[in-house]
Write a protein that binds this ligand. Structure first.
Ligand SMILES: [Zn+2]
Ligand SMILES: [Zn+2]
Length: 369
């Protein structure tokens, strides 16, 4: 098998800065595609893997919001062609019960296919002087000049779109927007409270606006992010550090409560307030990473009397092959300006880009090549 030399940002130790190194990338297998990266977003999950909050095998090439141009395809690839512009998303098996029912985000093989750093047969397409480097993170490892993806997680998009900005549609933006559109099923006029105005929370806000939501209340302690949420269409913002009773404030602003709530914080006390803020029949969707020992802090009798639901959501319950085109339809119609969340950095500045995300200076850094 031949291989090619590429440049990749390698995670060598927990908490260490990324080092951009020369490595060898194998040719695509029969169900794989080789993509030259044009842009790649940095998602909170990449930062959690680097910090050790989400343990992964090291060394590894992270990156899971890639966009680029297809350079080569495997012999059994039929839907993707050389030269296609593509967005890379998460991997799924395509065969389990949930995949067969159009729910790839809850694929029974979601964890092994996206987080182990190896293909399901134990191999990896990246090496350095004969030494194994973990790769295929979300079946892409797109913090690199080139990536190997599978046909199932490669979404073809139109060539007139600004390709370098499209990567975040594959994870962070899909996660927030899909939660509102797919998992919560928000309809015109429904109210929503969003806890946390990072990339995922603000993507939920943009989707709520695209769907014609009524009141959208954003709870966010960072004043800069809160102001930005208002610019993007939040009807109310609440600073939980300056509000004596956040729950009471949401009930007042929402006229008794909200139809839907969306938590991106994973903080048990916030989740407890979010459940209590729901009107009868309401649904809380959660995506934030909680402390490992945390339990659901909700009063069951209170939930019973309102008939409310609380659920965790993966990747916005999206099928990327259909939901990414849907977000792009909204974008073209001027109803989903997700590009306003993005700040661009050269690939070589990946550590500065991650720092900007951690401090909140940039909502969604995108590395360009
Ligand atoms: Zn599956
Ligand atoms: Zn992600």
């Amino acid at each position: 098998m031949g291989s090619m030399t590429i440049r990749a940002a390698v995670t060598r130790a927990v908490g260490a800065p990324w080092s951009i190194e020369t490595v060898e990338l194998a040719e695509p297998r029969e169900d794989e595609v080789l993509v030259r990266m044009v842009g790649v977003g940095i998602c909170h999950t990449d930062l959690s893997c680097r910090s050790g909050a989400l343990p992964v095998a090291l060394p590894i090439v992270l990156g899971h919001e890639g966009s680029g141009v297809v350079e080569r395809i495997g012999s059994k690839v039929t839907r993707v062609r050389v030269g296609d512009h593509v967005v890379l998303s998460f991997d799924s098996c395509g065969q389990c019960r949930n995949c067969r029912h159009d729910s790839p985000a809850t694929c029974f093989e979601f964890f092994p296919r996206n987080f182990t750093g190896k293909r399901t047969d134990g191999t990896t397409p990246i090496q350095q002087n004969g030494a194994l480097i973990h790769a295929v993170f979300f079946s892409q490892s797109s913090f690199a000049t080139h990536a190997i993806a599978r046909e199932v997680n490669t979404v073809v998009i139109d060539k007139d779109l600004p390709l370098e900005l499209m990567g975040p549609l594959g994870c962070g933006i899909q996660t927030g927007a899909g939660a509102v559109a797919n998992s919560l099923g928000l309809r015109e006029g429904d109210s929503l409270a969003i806890f946390g105005a990072g990339g995922v929370g603000l993507s939920a806000l943009l989707a709520a606006r695209a769907l014609g939501a009524g009141s959208v209340i954003v709870v966010e302690p960072n004043e800069k992010r809160a102001r930005f949420a208002q610019e993007l269409g939040a009807t109310h913002v609440v600073n939980p550090m300056k509000t004596p009773d956040t729950l009471a404030e949401i009930r007042t602003l929402g006229g008794g409560g909200v139809n839907f709530a969306f938590d991106t914080t994973g903080i048990p006390a916030v989740i407890g307030a979010a459940v209590e803020a729901l009107l009868p029949g309401g649904v809380l969707g959660m995506v934030g990473g909680p402390p490992p020992e945390a339990m659901m802090p909700a009063n069951l009798m209170s939930m019973l009397f309102r008939g409310v639901t609380a659920k965790y959501i993966i990747e916005g319950d999206s099928n990327p092959q259909t939901f990414i085109p849907k977000m792009l339809d909204w974008y073209r119609a001027g109803r989903f300006p997700f590009d306003k969340l993005i700040g661009k950095f050269p690939f070589e500045s990946i550590n500065e880009a991650a720092h900007a995300a951690e401090t909140g200076d940039v909502i969604k850094p995108v590395l360009v090549f």
